[in-house]
Write a protein that binds this ligand. Structure first.
Ligand code: PGA
Length: 265
């Protein structure tokens, strides 16, 4: 059966408990007992066209879980450690994410690769830990501006896929997010042609590695204005939204655009 499109918000290092409350109240219009299904029609029924996910900072996951429980909106981690436990000050394990009610964890975001020196091998180990905990890994890949202008985008992305996706990956426990680094937080969006081309390449590569039916997300300056076109681009099965996910109104509009779209893979 076709999977619903996945609309994922990544708050990065932003937000507070109060912001979560404001966001949830807006999404559900503050109605007592309102469900995501009602206000974001289709969110959690079998005919749905969009699955909604929020990835706040880890320290807000407990609060997020309480705010979103019973709504149909899911929550997940932005990163995790590859080990199940141990002497890793400041890190968070996939078991801890699971205990907070997470169903997804992002791994290999370019900000982790750049700011923390994470390699694709590190990312694969993290994804393996996500799978072992029974969560879905959103594995991020994407080329830098220099890599694109020097014609290396395809090689970089296929290399990252090859080395970041572990042998534990299945179409059910893995989502791949293509996020060109030059489009993240810059307001520059890849053109529909560029997205279609790269997603076609990613589809071929991921199908060989994992099989059919892995959802492919696009990320990088996604907002209400460009979401409908991006969500209708071939091989785009959802979006990973940073800045625009902080504003409930924007995020809701993006989710609604997805629900008007076709089904994912
Ligand atoms: P952005 O971030 O939407 O703010 O560009 C996307 C991301 O990094 O996931």
């Amino acid at each position: 059966m076709a999977k619903p499109k996945l609309i994922a918000g990544n708050w990065k290092m932003n937000g507070s408990k109060a912001d979560i409350d404001t966001w949830a109240a807006h999404i559900f219009a503050g109605e007592a007992g309102a469900t995501a299904k009602k206000l974001l029609p289709g969110v959690s029924d079998s005919e749905n066209k969009a699955e909604i996910l929020l990835c706040p900072p880890a320290i807000l996951l407990d609060h997020t879980g309480k705010a979103l429980k019973t709504t149909g909106v899911k929550w997940g981690g932005q990163d995790c450690h590859a080990e199940a436990s141990g002497a890793h000050t400041g890190d968070i394990s996939t078991g801890m994410l699971k205990e907070m009610g997470c169903t997804y964890a992002i791994v290999g975001h370019s900000e982790r690769r750049q700011n923390h020196g994470e390699t694709s091998e590190n990312v694969a180990n993290k994804a393996r830990a996500v799978h072992a905990a029974g969560l879905v890994a959103i594995i991020c890949v994407g080329e830098t501006d220099d890599e694109r202008t020097s014609g290396k985008a395809e090689d970089i992305v296929t290399g990252q896929l090859k080395n970041s996706i572990p042998d534990t990956a299945t179409p059910e426990n893995t989502v791949v997010a293509y996020e060109p680094v030059w489009a993240i937080g810059t307001g520059k969006v890849a053109s529909a042609e560029d997205i279609a081309q790269m997603h076609g390449i990613i589809r071929d590569s991921v199908t060989k590695q994992v099989g059919d039916g892995v959802r492919l997300l696009y990320g990088g300056s996604v907002k209400v204005a460009n979401a409908p076109e991006i969500l209708h681009t071939p091989n785009v099965d959802g979006v990973l939204v940073g800045g625009a996910s902080l504003k409930a109104e924007e995020f809701q509009a993006i989710a609604l655009a997805a629900q008007k779209g076709a089904k994912a893979v």
